[in-house]
Design a protein around this ligand. Structure first.
Ligand SMILES: [Zn+2]
Length: 484
């Protein structure tokens, strides 16, 4: 049961830090005396189910997306969080809320496996489309998203992500472009597209400040002129007051939680601030929260990064379900868009997956790779990032790939540079993948079904096996049936 105590302690710590910054309006819902014992949690949840059931439309929806979080990620994370001193494998915050799974395939002339753009279009609009499309169909006609419908219904809306806020998943809720790479245009649409004379998204929190600066029409300033509070670090976020908020905490994607500096807000903090603002609307809210770098760590097969981001996403999910228990007109749904990397608990012939070594890691594989590329000493980077000693051969292999990469130029050598960068990262991660016996099959996505977790009014329509488009269809149904 240690796990629950540890989580509670972490949450409490976050609350304390918030308090020390002079913030009184941040309440992480998970600090509110929830029963930490597994059995009690079970009984409590059944009681809540009976109380709130599927009897009415949810006024508020928190839709969480674990990008790339295939079923193996949830199982592996349970073992990663396990207390080795007890015989049982303790449940994660997700397990008691498992409701079913979703198929994810796109409607693409070539691909059978979805990307995040087609995936997010499916669960934000209810339509299948081609890979790369942001809420447009194959004729490039706009498809209405559930966030846009929420705004039409007079609700408040929010998008929170650890990626660039213009990345495919958040983009699909509030922009319509033929190709996900059009991030300047996506940011422009966040500002320019209006519903009933109002901006579509009231709270935007994540990375990607480079799409909101001078080079893209000073969008940051324009949002500020229209009354948005603009914040760029954790302290300013926690001290922010306004109901409409633009928070951009890094140029590109936000750093992984295991590597992030202190003044970076964590996903659960961004979510808490978003909830604090959105809940002021009597008509309710729609909030999408994305743990984006589960996927971004799984692409280069970085198991340390994956577990770091699963942990961040679990905290956000736990906070969301606690919020829903205190606000019974709130539906929480968590799912994924696809699985990434073909993560496998065990590889080769051994019946073994040993996360103990991952728990000892101090930095992700991606972080160590970037440090070496920046010119830091290889041995020093590895010693600072690893929780156990590497043998001479492993260190030699890393140095060899680092040397080969240093001879290439990112601009000039393009693909070759990318391939060599991955070779370096593979060499850096081989010791942890071998020690933990973690397997991977691809640097891309896989087509398996993904799990659905949830709680609150309306959750019954997500039960069993559904299609990813059903997530949007269910939410449109709630909004259609809403008493205006
Ligand atoms: Zn991906």
């Amino acid at each position: 049961m240690k796990m629950f105590n540890k989580l509670a302690a972490t949450t409490l710590a976050s609350t304390l830090i918030a308090t020390s910054l002079g913030v009184t309006n941040v309440t992480l819902a998970s600090g509110a005396g929830e029963a930490p014992e597994g059995t009690q949690l079970n009984q409590g949840q059944q009681g809540d189910m009976a109380m709130y059931g599927n009897t009415e439309n949810p006024k508020n929806i928190i839709f969480l997306v674990g990008d790339g979080m295939g079923p193996a990620f949830n199982t592996a994370y349970r073992h990663f969080k396990d207390n080795p001193d007890t015989e049982e494998v303790e449940k994660t915050a997700f397990d008691d809320y498992f409701v079913g799974d979703q198929s994810t395939s796109p409607k693409d002339p070539e691909d059978d496996v979805t990307d995040s753009a087609a995936g997010a279009t499916a669960f934000s609009t209810g339509h299948k489309t081609y890979n790369g499309a942001i809420s447009v169909n194959e004729k490039q006609e706009r498809l209405k998203s559930v966030l846009e419908q929420a705004k039409e219904n007079g609700k408040s809306t929010g998008l929170v992500s650890t990626a660039e806020i213009t990345d495919a998943t958040p983009a699909a809720y509030a922009a319509h472009v033929k190709e996900r790479g059009m991030k300047d245009e996506i940011a422009q649409q966040f500002f320019n597209d209006k519903i009933n004379g109002q901006h579509k998204v009231d709270v935007l929190l994540g990375g990607g400040s480079k799409y909101f600066g001078e080079e893209n029409g000073n969008l940051k300033e324009k949002f500020a002129q229209d009354g948005y509070e603009v914040v760029e670090n954790r302290e300013d976020l926690l001290n922010s007051k306004d109901d409409q908020l633009l928070g951009l905490f890094s140029e590109g994607n936000m750093p992984l939680q295991i590597d992030a500096p202190e003044d970076d807000p964590r996903l659960v903090e961004m979510q808490s601030i978003a909830l604090d603002r959105l809940q002021k609307n009597d008509k309710g809210f729609f909030l999408m929260v994305e743990g984006a770098s589960i996927d971004k760590s799984a692409h280069p097969n970085d198991i340390t990064g994956v577990m770091s981001e699963m942990e961040g996403f679990e905290k956000a999910f736990e906070n969301a379900t606690n919020y829903a228990k205190q606000n019974p007109d709130t539906l929480v749904v968590a799912t994924a868009d696809h699985s990434t990397g073909g993560l496998s608990m065990a590889k080769g012939k051994e019946y073994r997956w040993d996360p103990e070594y991952i728990r000892q890691m101090k930095h992700s594989g991606s972080y160590m790779t970037d440090q070496i590329i920046e010119g830091k000493d290889v041995e020093e980077v590895i010693q600072n990032g690893y929780g156990f000693d590497l043998d001479k051969e492993q260190m030699k292999a890393i140095k060899k790939e680092a040397k080969a990469l240093s001879k290439l130029d990112e601009e000039k050598d393009g693909d070759k540079y990318g391939e060599q960068k991955q070779k370096l990262q593979d060499a850096i991660q081989k010791p942890i993948n071998d020690k933990s016996n973690t397997g991977w099959t691809t640097y891309g996505h896989t087509g398996v079904d993904v799990n659905t977790y949830g709680f609150g009014p309306g959750i019954d329509s997500f039960r069993g096996h559904i299609d990813n488009t059903d997530s949007a269809k269910n939410i449109f149904d709630f909004y259609k049936n809403e008493v205006q």
